[in-house]
Design a protein. Structure first.
Length: 254
């Protein structure tokens, strides 16, 4: 049985005051919600403070990106061992906003994934197609390329210590959520692709959905067997909304 995970990707949002307010509301809303793993991924500058604020909470903390290098002359980058040292458990790698704006390709993302695991972090590997790719019937080809780069570089067993997030790019920040059927179809495809290499690893692997997930559409998505939680953007900045998703995931996991 896979325990659901709901992670909030705050993206480039927040301030010290706003973070404190959000975390305190979140802890109040989530008191007593178990059967689900929870995490927040704030911007890098706030990570240490957020880890500190959540020190007595079951809510874990993750970075939004890491370097593929462990240390050295890489101005502006944050290394995975640094994230681990300050108390992060997770790190997002390969988010579509970075694939697009920073031109991260799948080989680079695989190197980040490996750097994260070498530092003891659990990478949350994002995959997903653009609108034009879906319309051209290329969703499976795109997701396969993104997934295979990591499977080839790191090996299937590495997915014992990783999470995948399927995030259709056309659903991110658009309010256009994938239907539960659309999402479930790709989740099953991803699981089968991992299963082709190792069925046991695939059966234990958590595959999250991301893209305009909200408290009011989460239950429908999470009702599908292959959808093991969410990577939540906009709604993670609102305590009641994020907690609603967490409760839906806890309910679906029971
Ligand atoms: P939204 O929930 O704002 O669509 O963002 C999803 C996402 O990109 C999470 O990483």
């Amino acid at each position: 049985m896979r325990k659901p995970l709901v992670a909030g990707n705050w993206k480039m949002n927040g301030s010290r005051d706003a973070n404190r307010e959000l975390l305190s509301a979140l802890q109040a809303e989530l008191a007593g919600v178990d059967s689900v793993d929870l995490a927040v991924c704030p911007p890098a500058v706030y990570l240490a403070e957020v880890v500190d604020t959540l020190s007595a909470s079951p809510i874990a903390v993750g970075g939004q990106d890491c370097s593929d290098q462990a240390s050295g002359a890489y101005t502006g980058e944050v290394a995975a061992p640094m994230l681990r040292e300050i108390g992060c458990r997770y790190v997002i790698v390969g988010h579509s906003e970075r694939r697009e704006r920073q031109n991260e390709d799948s080989v680079w993302v695989a190197a980040k994934y490996q750097a994260a695991q070498a530092a003891g972090l659990v990478p949350i590997l994002c995959v997903g197609e653009q609108k034009e790719e879906r319309e051209a019937g290329r969703t499976e080809a795109v997701v396969s390329e993104q997934l295979d780069a990591v499977l080839d570089a790191a090996g299937v067993e590495s997915f014992d210590h990783a999470v995948i997030a399927y995030e259709p790019v056309w659903a991110i920040g658009t309010g256009l959520t994938a239907t539960p059927e659309q999402a479930a179809e790709v989740h099953a495809f991803i699981r089968n692709r991992v299963a082709a290499r190792d069925p046991r690893v695939a059966a234990d692997l958590r595959i999250l959905y991301g893209g305009s997930m909200k408290a009011d559409n989460a239950a429908g998505l999470l009702a599908h067997d292959d959808i093991d939680g969410g990577l939540v953007g906009g709604a993670s900045l609102d305590a009641a909304n994020f907690a609603g998703i967490a409760r839906a995931a806890a309910g679906a996991g029971e």
